[in-house]
Design a protein around this ligand. Structure first.
Ligand code: AMP
Ligand code: ZN
Length: 487
């Protein structure tokens, strides 16, 4: 495709991308709820949107990327009643809720950096926008689309549905929602079970609470994203993203809130990333099948045979299209590791190729293949398959079976820099370099020890063995010399 097309969940179709105010693009992505360490499933969604952000920038758009931090209002089980996820963790650990927020925000940013995702331009928090959230609630109430009961304020979904379509994004039908939802304890006060909270009265035990015209309470989960996206990107903006599981109710409610407050649906293109699964089931903390990035890097997890470099993990994720599910397995990661190494090795080889007067490769045709794949709804797996065709061609030149001229070599070097480094965000593996360095250093140490044994310098050879043992490295002497093993 020669122009960017993207799949808009709102229309259910691939559409040509037309920025509202080119060259600017507003991109909002729902960020994490910072009550625990991010798991690999969460990371997949943010890596998917990192690819999208990077490609938009490659195309020359001036992207303003806003990704929030949810630090209040998200209740257990994504429900309308129950304890705030952050408050609960704070209560269990006897910590201040903002300590929990700080701990897991740091973890989140750290993991995003390790996976080489570009930071958002603005990273707003829900607690930093309580005033704006109260303002929008007043606005929605003034329009007659929200009502107060016992210090809580609810969005009147049925009233809204008289003139608008609650279900426009998710395809849910209001009648089915009504018949399917039963009043749960504590929800009785709502006019209808489908209504959702804009503001909740804080029970005496609820720690995170703010003053409002309706008494002390806290904002509903969906409200922060409506408020922060439109505050920083305008009442109409280009792209809103998040994981597929947020489509309903979170994003559906955002649309209803925006329409009720500002008279516009706000978002032109809705993009949803699919889930990382394990044996076909969504990876999630609550299901107990989640893996943390650090566990994957070290290999220290019952489901893992070994550790993997962050760049290999990123490559593994990008080998699937963002709208397809991706199943996690050791085998798939091992295959990605080989693929990643082959790709990066070819990138290195390209730099050292000898040039001829003739060229069997054409860099322009690869450029149009690469761009064509990404223009087709950010199809990174197709992009990577074209890259492997190029890898074969590069290796053929290195073997002397094909030729390349200087102009093509320069063109391909620039192309690979753009697509491998700038767009896929892959850099030569740092961890891999560290492992190679340790291997090299150990070879030196073992060599010194072998020499000292040949010279019958037992004091030195024993000292080396004992000091390595303190570092949990065991040296085993055999007839072919010594071998080492980390315990
Ligand atoms: P949360 O911290 O629960 O608000 O989730 C943060 C983001 O991670 C949301 O966009 C979710 O859709 C996404 N997410 C959660 N689980 C997975 C998963 N297994 N695969 C991909 N994305 C996920
Ligand atoms: Zn959100």
């Amino acid at each position: 495709m020669d122009a960017l097309h993207l799949y808009n969940t709102l229309s259910g179709k691939k559409e040509k991308f037309e920025a509202i105010k080119p060259p600017f693009v507003g991109l909002y992505v729902c960020g994490p709820t910072v009550y625990s360490n991010v798991h690999l499933g969460n990371c997949r969604t943010f890596i998917s949107f990192d690819l999208i952000n990077r490609y938009l920038r490659y195309l020359g758009y001036q992207v303003r990327y806003v990704r929030n931090i949810t630090d209040a209002g998200h209740l257990e089980n994504d429900a309308e009643v129950g304890e705030d996820k952050i408050s609960k963790k704070a209560r269990l650990e006897s910590l201040e809720p903002m300590q929990i927020v700080q701990t897991y925000s740091i973890d989140f940013r750290d993991k995003m950096e390790v996976f080489n995702t570009l930071p958002p331009d603005i990273e707003p928090t829900a607690t930093g926008h309580i005033v704006e959230q109260i303002d929008i609630i007043k606005d929605i109430m003034d329009k007659g689309l929200a009502y107060e009961i016992n210090g809580s304020v609810y969005f009147d979904v049925l009233k809204y549905s008289e003139t608008d379509n609650y279900g426009i994004l998710s395809g849910r039908k209001i009648d089915e929602l009504l018949s399917g939802s039963r009043a749960l304890d504590g929800q009785d006060e709502k006019k209808n079970a489908v209504d959702f909270a804009l503001w909740k009265k804080a029970s005496p035990s609820h720690i995170m609470r703010w003053n409002s015209p309706w008494g002390e309470g806290f904002p509903g989960w969906h409200l922060e994203c409506s408020v922060m996206s439109t505050k920083y990107l305008g009442e109409s903006f280009d792209i809103h993203g998040g994981g597929m599981d947020l489509k309903f109710p979170h994003h559906e409610c955002e649309i209803a809130q925006n329409k009720a407050a500002n008279g516009t649906h706000a978002v032109k293109y809705w993009l949803h990333g699919n889930m990382l699964t394990f044996e076909g089931t969504k990876m999630s903390k609550s299901l107990g099948n989640s893996i943390l990035p650090n566990e994957l890097f070290s290999g220290d997890h019952k489901l893992l045979n070994k550790g993997f470099d962050p760049m290999v993990v990123r490559f593994f994720m990008l080998q699937a299209h963002y709208r397809s599910t991706l199943d996690f397995s050791n085998e798939a990661l091992e295959a990605s590791e080989k693929g990643f190494q082959r790709l990066m090795a070819a990138f290195e080889t390209l730099h050292s190729l000898d040039v001829s007067d003739t060229s069997d490769i054409d860099s322009d045709s690869y450029k149009s293949l690469f761009e064509g794949a990404m223009n087709d709804d950010f199809n990174s797996p197709i992009l990577i398959s074209h890259m492997f065709d190029l890898v074969k061609a590069i290796n053929s030149v290195a073997d002397g079976r094909m030729t390349i001229n200087q102009a093509t070599k320069d063109g391909l070097t620039e192309l690979m820099q753009h697509f491998v480094v700038d767009i896929l965000g892959l850099t030569p593996s740092k961890q891999g370099d560290g492992a190679a360095l340790i291997d090299g250093l150990m070879d030196v140490i073992i060599d010194v020890r072998n020499r000292s044994r040949l010279n019958k310098d037992w004091a030195t050879s024993d000292a080396i063995r004992d000091q390595l043992k303190d570092l949990n490295i065991v040296v085993k002497d055999g007839k072919d010399g010594a071998k080492w093993e980390a315990q």
